[in-house]
Design a protein around this ligand. Sequence first.
Ligand SMILES: [Zn+2]
Length: 132
Amino acid sequence: MIFKKKKFERKVLLKKDVLDSILSYCQMKHPNEGILILKGKSKDGEIKIDGLVIPPFSETGPTFAGFPHSFLPFDMSYLGIVHSHPSGSAEPSVTDLHNFFGLVSIIVKSPYDDDSIFAWDSSGNSIPLLII
Ligand SMILES: [Zn+2]
């Protein structure tokens, strides 16, 4: 593990078509939570998401979305997870932070529009999210 001295400004870049797929998936799953794996590339603090994967063996309910991480193949292009909060809060729950996977956790709250999506790091700090 190499720690670089220069601190990069972190941000999440999300492709518009990926955003649309996330929003329609979450709408479809409502009132249950939807969960998807984020695929893309990360470089110099810039997390660029350009694809989605439906997780294997996922279980979802109104307040729970998850899957056993041990079933995931090791894949460097897996950047994190996006899941929905049908309750309408975009804040990560304690469970969300406990089950943090990858570099970023994106949460979409209901009503699942372009302003309903937020990115968080493993400490629960928000990361700027840009639609490209
Ligand atoms: Zn959650």
